[in-house]
Write a new protein. Sequence first.
Lengths: 96, 318
Amino acid sequence: VEDAVDVDAVVPSGPAGAPASATVDAAPDVAWQVARVARGEGVSLDDGWTRFTVPVGDPDAFVAWALGWGPDLAVAEPADLAERVASALRRAAARA
Amino acid sequence: VSTRPSETLRRLERLLVVVPWLLEHPGADVAEVGERLGVPAEDLLADLDLLGYCGLPGYGGGDLIEVSIVGTAVTLRMADYFRRPLRLSLREAVTLLLAARALSGVEGLADSAALDRAAGRLEQALGAETGTPGMAVELGGPGAEHLGVLRAAVADRRVVRIVHRAEATGAITERAVEPWSLTAAAGEWYLQGWCRTAGGPRDFRVDRIRELEVTAEQAGAPATAPPPPRYRPEPDDPEIVLDCDPEAWWVAEWAVVDDVEERRGGIRRIRLRAHHLDWAARLVLRLDGHATVVAPAELAPRVAELAEAALVRYPPAS
């Protein structure tokens, strides 16, 4: 087996133009779980939430992942992914 | 777990060869089989004895491989389920393929040609091109750091204290658990044991264990072997009914579902049960409009409620 390889450094990011990572804010109860998929340490926010950088492979999969956390996670950056999650939430809120 | 791994592997390797051969040669002589395979007759008999315990969970009559030895003639009869055509879900097929790949990488399993052939067929069935290079399996993932500690705790029957987050409710609890086993199921590791806090047997997904402490206290052995970890619907669990378009069909392969009904317009009506409504609500959120809630009545409003709560952290629509 070769020495450890940093996959992120070798594998190109997803489809052209897709960001390789995103900034997400996680609620106190789930921060430790999000930390397991995050790159590096999280940064504590004033309201007790934690800001993480997480890798993004497939943007669709990322949006689904973020939605699955419900109110416990919010996407801060990049703006287009944050907007995709927010508009999905708006549609869901309107469906009731 | 008294045999050393290398002996276990040798035995596994032997069984992989013996079973197909015996099926093709019913009534073969024990001594002859042993000679052909280069195995002492008593080892072969021990293997055959083990086979009698092999089968699918359920473990009733007709579920196990039957071995009959009349005089010195051995006959195998596979349990009835082997005759039914095998239909694997995508998840099962991938799990099996990865397990086969991981196993074929194990040192000491010399002649794994049969295993490679089976893995090759699985790959083909899954749509991979033959000879696709470079499938690698790394056994690890979130929570893997707990595995070593838990394995030792299970071996010594040490009571563990865990802080665990339940997927369904998001509730975080601290529990004292008498550990019975560490089991991999459907791609996740589970700690199975007697939860003293709940006063009953429980499965805990290892990647949801936030804190782990092994105490000095030793616990007794379980009364019976724990069943494989899997969501087991209980009578009171609400039935969730979702109309799913093709983008959401994967739910039927991923969750334990009661029923899938084909409807017009590419819609599949999927019925499943969940301990908690919020688990289903988060699933519906995640499916982003590809699933319509049919039942229960309180689910759709709950989805909207969670969405509203999540929107608090986003700027209002422009």
